[in-house]
Design a protein around this ligand. Sequence first.
Ligand SMILES: [Zn+2]
Ligand SMILES: [Zn+2]
Length: 232
Amino acid sequence: MKASDKRTKLLDQLNNNEISIEEYWRLIKKGSKPWETAEWKNKRKEYLKDQCENCGSTDNLTIQHGWKPEYSIILSQVQERYITAAMPKLLKRTFSNTAFSKYITKNKKQVKKCPNCQSATLSERSKMKPKFRCIKCHHEFDEPLLKFAIKTDRGYVDIDTNKEYFIEKFAKDDYYSSIRILLQKNKNKIVIEAINLLHESTQRYLAFEGVKTLCKRCAFIEDKDLGYINSK
Ligand SMILES: [Zn+2]
Ligand SMILES: [Zn+2]
């Protein structure tokens, strides 16, 4: 069986649930790389013209694809499509007081603060009196302020005086976690769609779609422009 027929058969098996996604990847990787086959090497010769299509040079000619199938890019495009489709629903989510309270309860911590400047960075001293010293304003004291706060990227933020801030943060966190849940729930469907698109893309690549004959120099320049140099 030809390598390309083998790949098509594996894809059919995946689409018909006869093999798992893991099994598919394992078998695909086990098969010979398309560009290592004699079929591919012969085809290259067929498509190779006798001069560089950019500069006309006849030295060191090579076949340039100008693109290649990229699974990670295809996968993120499929994910993007699922997110876009779910967007009207995502944007219609309404604020739920219960969910907000749960969010606060889950994340809140009782924090010791400086009574002078409200900073939460204190040094707690085992022997010295007074027990606490504020790192920020150097105030020393025995009784810290006790506040409920949530750790954010701007430090511990008090809950009671920053409700608006947390409502906004909750909405944002909830939005991103909804997206994570959406992608998780559809993970298999998304991966199978991406594999099908990768297969199509690979078939087009192997059919020499859009190839050019270039000299080594022009090929290097194009590769660099496409950002392929580092990944090769
Ligand atoms: Zn050239
Ligand atoms: Zn202080």
